[in-house]
Each structure stands twice: as structure tokens, then as C-alpha cells.
Write a protein that binds this ligand. Structure first.
Ligand code: GDP
Ligand code: GDP
Length: 435
């Protein structure tokens, strides 16, 4: 289930990283295999009083500096936009600054629950933090991130602001599958064919969103659930006569899943709407399998599949990593391939590359093709580490993040894929500035 997002923002040096590490606690130290990187982790799951959330360190929001690139600011603004709660950290020892006011203004515009955290307050009576009231973001909460003073109270307050927890009736390692596609491509037929072959646990469990219908089943001792989409509702004859392509429902199903089965009708191909929806899955970091259904209707020779493949690759070039399956839900041709491929891409999306291997790979790649730059400035990649899985996420510590080009990032992605595959899953890069 998607965890709520908590973003930490504030200008540099107020103690964001220190607070981040304080909140995520010992977990970071355990998973990290390289000293000195711990404090630079970009996001990490955390828990307080049984509530789980994902903490994101936006890495600085210095509106005053000219050098701040729009790219970095966009990243921070995006983090704020995506966050459920924002922790806005200020430095009580330095007092209120113009930059704090700038950040506060932008936060008030964002219209999100904000906790104002006055950091570096080791002694309540000695360090005045009341002036931060002026920011118009409520009562400042005094903490010392470094010493862990009052951070428990801060977290108590934080969890009250998290959106209500969604009920998740499934075992934790359940693989969630969303079946997406336009009406009549064969989604219901595919789902019924899959469920017909597998051990269905209960006929239906109410999904987490209103009137959604999930279908849990078991296969080889593993748990799966097909999360609701528009096509599946029709199976229950509760949909409108003129079924629409419910984009919102498709997006919600994507949010709740690990793997998207994007279904096409072999006689029709890819529609504009498909691109948008599967683009959303890509942006959300979900594994994707392209399923070309009704393959039985196609008159084939030995080149048909290649031609079809080429067409799909052209239409959906950003999904170059997604495997394509040619099936028939009707005749059950290659049906077993579907769940086999689901297992495969989930494994791929969960893979971890060791920091040593990753840095060797990056070094070789940058030697073979040096990074972009002009005469004065050249991109330097100092260090790389895998920050997460599902999707595999790589953090690159660089001298100037804005010197990275899309094409060079794509080059690095290809190098990583050549070595480690990661088939079926998008890969993410985060650039962090290091001097
Ligand atoms: P960031 O740039 O906002 O991520 O800030 P850092 O977490 O890197 O901290 C900046 C500096 O403030 C470091 O020298 C920290 O040791 C110091 N610092 C962080 N938290 C506290 C605190 O609670 N009290 C005091 N006195 N110093 C702190
Ligand atoms: P949905 O709206 O995407 O859920 O599509 P349905 O599963 O309801 O299928 C729409 C129509 O396509 C139905 O008449 C199905 O029998 C038919 N259909 C589904 N899969 C296949 C297939 O693989 N081959 C053929 N020939 N027809 C199919």
C-alpha cells in the first residue's frame, strides 16, 4: 500500500539531514553499506507509533541563491506537491531569515499540512524560537535533532496529520497486479482466465477505494491480488451501460499495484489514452508488462510478431524496458507466461546492486564516454549508490547537477541495464550536489 509522504524542507544547514536521520533512526545505518553516505539518503521509510510513512529530504530550498537551478527547485517543489505533510525546518540559533520567509510563502501557497520545526534548541529557555510565529505556519515546535530532544513530540504531532491509513487486508509480500486497458481489449477475459487457473482465496474482497473489487489468489505458495479496474466491474454487472475508460480508476489501480499489465487488442494497437495511462505507471515507478491480447485473431507469418513489437516500441518508446507478451485470453495461448513474467519483473524491480559494483560500473562508463560539460565546467560523478528498490533508484553525487543531460543519464541507464537487466521496471536517478 502506498505510504504517506513526509517531506523535509528548509534552507541549507538548518539540520534537515540530522533530523532525517534522527527520524529514520537505526534503520538507515543497517541498510547502508558505506560510511558517510547515511546522511545523504534521499528518502527512507520510517515508522512512529505503528504509522508508517516515507520521509523525503528535499536537499535544500535556497530561494535566495542565484545559482540554484530551476531543476533543483522543481525537485523540491515536486516533493512538496507530492507530500502529505511537510516538515519545515528552521534554525533557531540563527533566527528568522529572509529565505525562511520565502520558503514559508511557497508553503502557504502549496496548501499542505505543515509542521514548523525550530531546530537546534538544546535549551528551551536559552534559545528563543517564538519569532518563527511570524511565518504564519502555526506554532513552532522546538527540537534538537542532534540530541533528539523533543523529536518524539514532533513525531506525535506528525502522525496526527497523516491521512487516514488505508485498510490493507493482504499479506505483506502480496504481489499486486493492475490490469489496464481500453474497454473491450479483453481485460475481464484475461482476469477470469488467470483466476480460472489459480487458487482463488475468496471470491471477492472489497478494495480499499469505494466500490473497487479486488481478486486475491494464490499460486505456488505465493499471494497475488488483481486490483480493480473498470473492466472488472462490468463482470459484476454494476457498471454503466456505456462503459467509459475510467482514467481515474485506472490511475488508482496503478497507485495500488506493483505490476501493471497494460492490455492491447492485437487488432487495434496502441491508442493515445493508453500512452498517457501507461506513462503514469512509468512515472510512478511501477513495473510494466505489455500484453497484446486477441493474438488468435491475427493472421500471422514469421514476421508478424516482430512487426508488432517494432510498432509498440515506437509508440511507447519510453517503455523500452517493458517485456511484451502475445496472448489470447480466449484460447489461453501463452496464458501461463503472464504470471511467470509478473514474478520475473517483480524480482527485477527488487534487485540491488552493491555500492562497489555500481561505482566500478559508473567509473568504466564515464571513462568510455566522458560526461557532458563545456570548457569551464564538466560534470563530475564522485560517487553512486542504490538508494532503493521498486523501482531501482540510484543516487549520484555530482559537482553540478544541472550539467547532467538527459542523453547522458540515458547512457548510464543503458549501462546499468546492460549489466544488471532490471527488465520490466523503470530506473530512477537522483542527483545530489557535492563539492
Ligand atoms: P541540512 O543542510 O539542513 O541538511 O543540515 P545538516 O543536518 O547537515 O546540519 C547542519 C549543521 O547543523 C551541522 O553542523 C549539524 O551538526 C548542525 N546541527 C544539526 N542539528 C542540530 C541541532 O539540533 N543542534 C545543534 N546545535 N546543531 C545541529
Ligand atoms: P474488457 O472490456 O477489456 O474487460 O474486455 P472483455 O474481456 O469483456 O472482452 C471484450 C470482448 O473481446 C469479449 O467479447 C471477449 O470475448 C473478447 N475477447 C477477449 N479476449 C479475447 C481473445 O483473446 N481473443 C478473442 N478472439 N476475443 C477475445
Amino acid at each position: 500500500m502506498a505510504k504517506p509522504i513526509v517531506a523535509i524542507v528548509g534552507r541549507p544547514n538548518v539540520g534537515k539531514s540530522t533530523l532525517f536521520n534522527r527520524i529514520v533512526g537505526a534503520r538507515v545505518a543497517i541498510v547502508e553499506d558505506m560510511p558517510g553516505v547515511t546522511r545523504d539518503r534521499l528518502y527512507q521509510d520510517a515508522e512512529w507509533r505503528g504509522r508508517e510513512f516515507t520521509l523525503v529530504d528535499t536537499g535544500g530550498l535556497d530561494f535566495a541563491e542565484d545559482v540554484i537551478t530551476s531543476q533543483i527547485r522543481k525537485q523540491a517543489e515536486l516533493a512538496i506537491k507530492e507530500a502529505d505533510v511537510v516538515l519545515f525546518v528552521v534554525d533557531a540559533r540563527e533566527g528568522l531569515t529572509a529565505v525562511d520567509e520565502e520558503v514559508a510563502r511557497s508553503l502557504r501557497r502549496a496548501d499542505k499540512p505543515v509542521l514548523l520545526v525550530a531546530n537546534k534548541v538544546e535549551q528551551f529557555d536559552k534559545i528563543p524560537y517564538y519569532e518563527f510565529y511570524q511565518l504564519g505556519l502555526g506554532e513552532p515546535i522546538p527540537v534538537s535533532a542532534a540530541e533528539g530532544l523533543n523529536t518524539g513530540d514532533l513525531l506525535d504531532e506528525l502522525v496526527t496529520l497523516l491521512p487516514p491509513q488505508e485498510e490493507d487486508p493482504y499479506p505483506p509480500d502480496t504481489v499486486r497486479i493492475a490490469v489496464i486497458g481500453r474497454p473491450n481489449v479483453g481485460k475481464s477475459s484475461l482476469v477470469n482466465a488467470i483466476l480460472g487457473e489459480e487458487r482463488v482465496i475468496v471470491s471477492n474482497i472489497p478494495g480499499t477505494t469505494r466500490d473497487a473489487i479486488d481478486s486475491p489468489f494464490e499460486r505456488n505458495g505465493k499471494n497475488y491480488v488483481i486490483v480493480d479496474t473498470a473492466g472488472m466491474r462490468r463482470r459484476n454487472r454494476i457498471d454503466l451501460p456505456a462503459e467509459r475508460y475510467s482514467v481515474v480508476r485506472a490511475l488508482r489501480a496503478i497507485d495500488r499495484c506493483d505490476v501493471v499489465l497494460m492490455v492491447f487488442d492485437a487488432t487495434e494497437g496502441v491508442a493515445e489514452q493508453d500512452k498517457k495511462i501507461v506513462g503514469y505507471a512509468h512515472d510512478k515507478g511501477k513495473a510494466v508488462i505489455l500484453v497484446v491480447n486477441k493474438w488468435d485473431l491475427i493472421e500471422k507469418d514469421d514476421k508478424t510478431m516482430n512487426k508488432f513489437d517494432k510498432k509498440i516500441r515506437e509508440e511507447l518508446s519510453f517503455l523500452h524496458y517493458a517485456p511484451t507478451l502475445y496472448i489470447s485470453a480466449l484460447t489461453k495461448q501463452r496464458l501461463p507466461k503472464v504470471l511467470e513474467t509478473v514474478d520475473y519483473v517483480v524480482d527485477e524491480a527488487s534487485k540491488r546492486v552493491s555500492t562497489a559494483d555500481l561505482n566500478n560500473l559508473i567509473r568504466e562508463a564515464t571513462q568510455a564516454t566522458p560526461p557532458p560539460g563545456d570548457k569551464q565546467r564538466k560534470l563530475k560523478i564522485f560517487y553512486a549508490t542504490q538508494g532503493g528498490v521498486k523501482p531501482p533508484t540510484f543516487i549520484l553525487f555530482v559537482n553540478e547537477p544541472e550539467l547532467m543531460h538527459f542523453s547522458y543519464q540515458r547512457y548510464l541507464e543503458n549501462k546499468i541495464r546492460d549489466a544488471y537487466g532490471f527488465e520490466g521496471t523503470p530506473i530512477r536517478f537522483f542527483l545530489r550536489k557535492r563539492d
